[in-house]
Design a protein. Structure first.
Length: 273
């Protein structure tokens, strides 16, 4: 660009030197043209420098956003892991207490059945929770990838548009000043249309993401409700089985007492005989 400015100055100075002998007024017009060209080049350079600063700020913001997203995901996984470890510890404690109670208790059959059902229910619940967590994380990661691709695509389109505009401006400046002013008005209208189109596209993308999130939240709420219903039904079935075993045990005790009474009567009759 500096070489281009020097060449322009050399050409202008040569023309000015040749036309000096012809007319002084033409010399003044050449000076005015050169000053106008320098002013336009200075404005173009300032606009380019502001655009470069803006691009650097956007890149730094993108890096900060990516690091923040990674930290958030690590924090969430760490929290879930701590909750999982606490739940496992409580489960191990409950299992040890249950084993001790089973050793002291006489209802071994009912305890084995209850233990098997409890283990199946806990494993099913754990698998459902892990599947839901994995599904939510995959949805978040997929939405983040789509947003990043869309952002890079828009940035590339903006860069291509700005390059085309600058090239066209240089070409029109070589032709004439009047045509450049007309092109500037046309470019402003086109830029406004691009901004409106980008805003509409962003609003549509946000609406689509919100609808997907709402559907996932509704599905998760239904799954939690279904799990709560299953837990209540399993508790009722376990209580009913315990009550049936207890009833059978009571009936057996009554029959044993009746048999003992009959045996005592028979023994007394035998002694009397």
């Amino acid at each position: 660009r500096c070489c281009y400015d020097q060449k322009i100055l050399q050409k202008a100075f040569g023309e000015w030197k040749e036309q000096w002998t012809v007319c002084r007024e033409k010399q003044l017009s050449l000076r005015a043209d050169n000053h106008y060209r320098h002013l336009l080049l200075n404005l173009i350079f300032k606009a380019w420098r502001a655009y470069v600063c803006q691009q650097q700020g956007k890149r730094s913001k993108d890096r900060v956003a990516e690091s923040h997203a990674k930290k958030q995901t690590l924090l969430r996984t760490w929290q879930h892991w701590l909750v999982y470890v606490d739940v496992q510890r409580t489960k191990h404690g409950m299992q040890s207490v249950a084993l001790a109670f089973r050793e002291r208790s006489s209802l071994r059959i009912s305890w084995a059945v209850w233990r098997r059902q409890h283990y199946q229910k806990c494993s099913g619940h754990k698998m459902n929770i892990l599947a839901l967590q994995h599904w939510a994380q995959s949805l978040q990661f997929r939405a983040w990838l789509q947003w990043r691709e869309l952002y890079f695509h828009t940035q590339n389109e903006k860069q291509q548009d700005t390059r085309a505009v600058t090239h066209h401006q240089h070409w029109e400046l070589r032709r004439c000043v009047g045509a450049w002013l007309g092109y500037l008005n046309l470019h402003r209208v086109k830029k406004r249309q691009n901004e409106l189109a980008q805003e509409f596209h962003r609003s549509r993308a946000l609406q689509r993401c919100f609808s997907n999130w709402q559907l996932s939240w509704e599905c998760r709420r239904r799954v939690h409700a279904h799990q709560r219903d299953l837990e209540k039904l399993a508790a009722r079935i376990a209580l009913w089985r315990v009550f049936a075993h207890w009833k059978l045990y009571v009936v057996l005790c009554v029959e044993e007492a009746q048999q003992r009474e009959l045996a005592e009567k028979h023994y007394r009759c035998h002694l009397l005989v």
